[in-house]
Design a protein around this ligand. Structure first.
Ligand SMILES: Cc1cc2nc3c(=O)[nH]c(=O)nc-3n(C[C@H](O)[C@H](O)[C@H](O)COP(=O)(O)OP(=O)(O)OC[C@H]3O[C@@H](n4cnc5c(N)ncnc54)[C@H](O)[C@@H]3O)c2cc1C
Length: 293
């Protein structure tokens, strides 16, 4: 039994060495160091305390405390960073009102430092609840934004409502496995939806985050804003920590606002798994590195 535990501990540590490509570290200090490196290249950040689907209040309370701590660091160190969080990490599966209060506390703390909170979008079981809770929060806190996933059939309707509300939206393709009844399945269809939604958001929406590493969509965005004379201040590109860092620096150097999602903490496995699923090459990368160690 002890041998088994030791073996899984060692495997966990080895896997974390590989996950470090996508995760800035396990501590706030490591995350702050990553943000400083990005800021030095003219790139903003959004700090994410890893965690999701918590089922007890102690874990949700700890996540809230970690976000308050992160906001404290951002303010004290004058970092160019906001925060991103998941509602299931804030207790959505436990109690809706409790979750609302938790996120409200983080929004209040962020507002006191003139900062912003982004609510990530999770799997389709949470889409409706996330948007409803977001709407309720937005009545009270204007420094909160949400995410729309281009692969979902429902997203155009959601985007239109969010535009009407004046909400700040991050648009991404979507990272969860969804059935054809809910989401388009081919890359071409996801890209087309992304373009349709980005056109709406960029021309009619509040500040938009175009979150992609896809060269086709990056070029499309650049052309669209030029053609429609949309000021660069109206949107930003966003990418993930450890993915296409060179392109991140290039876009920043070209004068685009660039923000990188910087995850940290001990609950890194589900996030790491989603990054692996996105690209076959990443699985090969993991196997190669595990084998080498
Ligand atoms: C800032 C940010 C926030 C996000 N927030 C959410 C969210 O709240 N909810 C949600 O469902 N999804 C979220 N995502 C994930 C997103 O939905 C996609 O799953 C992810 O970005 C991959 O899609 P892509 O547009 O980058 O294009 P892809 O077609 O997947 O990638 C284009 C190219 O980018 C590079 N690339 C992309 N992903 C990887 C990777 N994992 N490893 C190495 N190279 C890679 C490759 O060169 C690839 O060819 C977020 C993404 C970003 C950038």
């Amino acid at each position: 039994m002890a041998l088994l535990t030791l073996r899984s501990l060692v495997l966990n540590q080895l896997l974390f060495l590989v996950a470090k490509r996508f995760v800035s570290g396990q501590t706030i200090q490591e995350a702050v160091a990553a943000v400083r490196r990005l800021n030095a290249n003219g790139i903003g950040a959004t700090l994410d305390v890893l965690g999701e689907n918590v089922s007890d209040r102690r874990a949700a309370d700890a996540a809230v405390a970690a976000y308050l701590e992160a906001l404290g660091w951002i303010q004290q160190e004058s970092l160019s960073s906001n925060v991103s969080l998941k509602l299931t990490q804030m207790g959505l599966d436990i109690d809706r009102v409790y979750c609302l209060e938790n996120v409200g506390r983080i929004c209040e703390r962020a507002a006191s430092g003139n900062n912003f909170v982004r609510i990530d979008m999770e799997g389709s079981a949470y889409t409706e609840r996330t948007l409803n809770l977001f709407h309720e929060l937005f009545q009270k806190h204007r420094n909160v934004g949400v995410v729309v996933q281009a692969y979902l059939h429902r997203s155009e309707q959601d985007v239109r409502k969010l535009i009407e509300l004046g909400a700040r939206v991050r648009l991404c393709k979507g990272a969860y496995k969804e059935p054809p009844s809910l989401a388009v399945q081919t890359m071409a269809a996801v890209r087309q939806n992304f373009i349709n939604l980005a056109s709406l958001l960029l021309s009619q929406g509040n500040h938009t985050a175009v979150a992609t590493h896809d060269d086709v969509l990056i070029s499309w965005t650049k052309n669209y804003i030029t053609q429609h004379q949309i000021p660069k201040e109206r949107f930003e590109f966003q990418m993930l920590y450890g993915v296409r860092s060179e392109t991140q620096r290039l876009l920043a150097a070209q004068g685009y606002s660039m923000r990188v999602y910087v995850p940290y903490g001990s609950h890194w496995l589900p996030y790491f798994y989603r990054r692996l699923r996105e690209r076959k090459e990443n699985v090969a990368f993991v196997l190669k590195h595990l084998f080498r160690k």
